[in-house]
Design a protein around this ligand. Sequence first.
Ligand SMILES: Nc1ncnc2c1ncn2[C@@H]1O[C@H](COP(=O)(O)OP(=O)(O)OP(=O)(O)O)[C@@H](O)[C@H]1O
Ligand SMILES: [Mg+2]
Length: 399
Amino acid sequence: MIPKSWKALQPIVKAGSRSLTTSDLHRQLKKPILVTQSSTLQKKINYYAIEPKNEPTIGTLMKESRSRDKNKLVRSCQFMHREFLVRISKVIIHLQNLPYLLLTNEDIKRVLDLYMYAFTDMLHQPKIQNIGDVDKFNETLSGLLDDLQDILLILSRGIHDSQPHFKSEDFNGTVQKIMDYITINRLCNRILARHHLSTHITREGYISVVNTELSLKKIINKNAAFAANVCQNVYMDTLPEVLIDGHADTRVAFIPNIIDYILREILKNSFRATVEANLHKVDKPPIICTICNTPDFWTIRVSDRGTGMTEEVLKQVENYCYTSFKQEQQYSHAFGDLVSVAGQDQGSSLAGFGVGIPVSKAYVKFVGGKLEFQTMPGIGTDVYIKIPQLSMMLDNVRI
Ligand SMILES: Nc1ncnc2c1ncn2[C@@H]1O[C@H](COP(=O)(O)OP(=O)(O)OP(=O)(O)O)[C@@H](O)[C@H]1O
Ligand SMILES: [Mg+2]
C-alpha cells in the first residue's frame, strides 16, 4: 500500500527501460517510481540510519523462542519495528551514495523506491502497545517482505545494464560491496522476521528458525528434482542422475532456507554444465553429492562431469552479474521464455542472472563457512560447500 503522505509528493510515473513481467514484479510495479523526495522523510531516514543495529546471535534467538513470557509477542513487534526502520534506512543511504550514473538506471531507481516505500510503511505503522496491535504490525511486516522479495534480481539487472558505462575495476568493487551488503541485510531481515512471525507457533523439529534435524539427503533430493525440472524445460534432453554418497544419512541443525538456496543454485549450474557438455547423448554422467560430517563442520561436495570452467570464467564466477548464459540462448528454443530474465524469478529459471554463486558465497561466508571450486575445463567441476556445526555458530553469527 502507498502511504497517504506519499500521495502529496505527486509522484512521476516512469516506464521502466525494459518490461518487468514476473507476477511479483507486476505487484511492485503498481507502485509508481517516486522521483521527488520529501526532505522530512529524508531527515527521518538520516536519523534512523545512524542508529546502531541490534544484532541478536542465533543462540539468542533460539533461547528467546523457548521463553513462555506472555508479553513476548508485543515486545518482539516493538523490537522489529525499530530494527526494520534502522536496517532499511541504512540500505537507503547506501543506495543513495552509489555513483550517480548507476542511480540513473530505472531498475536501480526502482530498488531505491521499494526501500523508500518499505521505510514509509514502517514509519507510519502505529505504535505497538498491546496484543491487539500485533496482527496489524505482522501484516505490514509480511507485506514489506513480499515487496522486497526480488530486489537482488532487479538490482542485478540494473547493474548489468549499467556496466558499459564504467571502468571494470571501479565497477566490480562498487558492485560487490553494495550487492553483498544488500544480500546479507535482506537475509538477516528475513531470518528475523521469520523468527518473529513464528513466535507463537510451535513447529516440530524447529527452535526459532533452526531446523534441528535437517536431513541433508532430503534437501539435496528436493533441490535436485527442482533443478532437473528447470533444466528439462530448457534443453528437452535426457538428464543426469543425482547420486548421494559419503555420510548420506547426516542430519544437521541449521537454518534450512540458507542451504536450500545454495543447493538449488549449485545443482542448477551442475545440471546445465552436464547437459551442455553432453548434448543429445542419452547417458549423461551423474552429478555426485558427497556428504561429510565432522564434529566441527559438515561439507557437501557437488561434483559434475560437465563443461568445467576456464581460468577466465573461474576468475569471474564470484562476481555479481557475471553469467556465461547468453541472451540468445534464452530465446533460442521453444521454451525460451522459461529462462528469460524478464519472465521468471531467479529460482525457477536455469541461469542468466549471474547471482547464484555470489549470493551463495555471501550466505556461506555469513555463517562462517566456505564455498570453494575445483574445476577442469572440458572435464567438470567440484563445488565444496563447507558449513560449521550449529554449536560453532550460536554465539558467532549475528543476525
Ligand atoms: N558447475 C559449473 N560448471 C561450469 N560452469 C559453471 C558451473 N557453475 C557455475 N559456472 C559458471 O559460472 C557462471 C556464474 O554462475 P551463477 O550461478 O552465479 O550465474 P548463472 O548460472 O549464470 O545465473 P543465475 O544467477 O541465474 O544462476 C555461470 O554462468 C557459468 O558460466
Ligand atoms: Mg546459476
